[in-house]
Design a protein around this ligand. Structure first.
Ligand SMILES: O=C(CO)[C@@H](O)[C@H](O)COP(=O)(O)O
Ligand SMILES: [Fe+2]
Length: 222
C-alpha cells in the first residue's frame, strides 16, 4: 500500500465561494468533486464548466466522482476540464474497460465506483485497468449520511484481490468517513479517504484533514 491520502469532498462546502473553501484545506491530497445529474442519484450539483473553473482556482488536483448516467459518453469531459482522477460508477457504464482506457489515454487516473450493494467479484479481471477503485460506504447522493459498516467486508475482499493480482490500484472509501470511522476503513485496506461533512463542519478544516490522516496512519501501524 502507498501512503494514505485524504480527499475532502466539497459537497458540504459553501458553493457560493468554492475557491475560498478549497484554499482552507492546503493539506488535502486531492479535492473530491461530487458530480450529480438528478438521474443516477436524486440530487443535482455541477457540470464540467464549473469543475474546469475550480481546477483553475487551485493547485490541488481534482478527484471527480461522477454520479451520472451514461458515464461512457459523459466522463471524458471531466478529464478535459482538468481533473487528475475521474471516477465513473460501474452501474452507469456500458463498457467500463473501454471507458477506463479512454480516461487513462486522455491523461487522467481512471477509477471505478461501486454502490454499497454492488459486489466486487464480477469485476476482478478489470482491476488492472484501474488506477483506483471506489467503494461507497453510503448510498450515493448526499453528504452527511451514516457510515455503512456492511461495506467493510467488501473493502477487505477488494484489497485481497488487489494483493492477489499484485497491483497498486488505490482503494478509496467515500461516505460517512470521520474520526469515528476512518480507522475501520484503514484496517480493512482502504488507502484513499473521502470526507465531506467531517472536514467542512470542522472549525479548522485543515486541522481535521491532518487529524483524519493521523488516525488512518495509526490504524495501519497498529
Ligand atoms: O459521493 C458522496 C455522496 O454521494 C460523498 O462524496 C459525500 O459527499 C461525502 O460526504 P460525507 O459522507 O463525508 O459527509
Ligand atoms: Fe463522492
Amino acid at each position: 500500500m502507498g501512503h494514505l491520502q485524504i480527499t475532502p469532498s466539497i459537497l458540504n462546502a459553501d458553493f457560493g465561494k468554492l475557491a475560498d473553501e478549497v484554499a482552507r484545506i492546503p493539506g488535502a491530497d486531492w479535492i473530491h468533486v461530487d458530480v450529480m445529474d438528478n438521474h443516477f442519484v436524486p440530487n443535482l450539483t455541477f457540470g464540467p464548466t464549473m469543475v474546469e473553473a475550480l481546477a483553475r482556482s487551485t493547485e490541488t488536483p481534482l478527484d471527480a466522482h461522477l454520479m451520472i448516467d451514461d458515464a461512457d459518453r459523459n466522463a471524458p469531459a471531466y478529464v478535459e476540464a482538468g481533473c487528475g482522477s475521474v471516477t465513473f460508477h460501474v452501474e452507469a457504464a456500458k463498457a467500463p474497460v473501454r471507458l477506463a482506457r479512454e480516461i487513462r489515454a486522455a491523461g487522467a487516473r481512471a477509477s471505478m465506483a461501486l454502490k454499497p450493494a454492488t459486489p466486487i467479484e464480477p469485476y476482478e479481471d478489470l482491476l488492472p485497468e484501474l488506477d483506483m477503485l471506489l467503494i461507497m460506504t453510503v448510498e450515493p447522493g448526499f453528504g452527511g449520511q451514516r457510515f455503512l459498516d456492511l461495506c467493510l467486508p467488501k473493502i477487505r475482499r477488494a484489497r485481497a484481490l488487489m494483493d492477489k493480482h499484485g497491483i497498486e490500484t488505490w482503494l478509496q472509501v467515500d461516505g460517512g468517513v470521520s474520526l469515528d470511522t476512518i480507522e475501520r476503513c484503514a484496517e480493512a485496506g482502504a488507502d484513499v479517504f473521502v470526507a465531506g461533512s467531517a472536514v467542512f463542519s470542522a472549525d479548522d478544516p485543515d486541522a481535521m484533514v491532518a487529524a483524519l490522516r493521523a488516525k488512518a496512519e495509526e490504524a495501519v501501524r497498529a
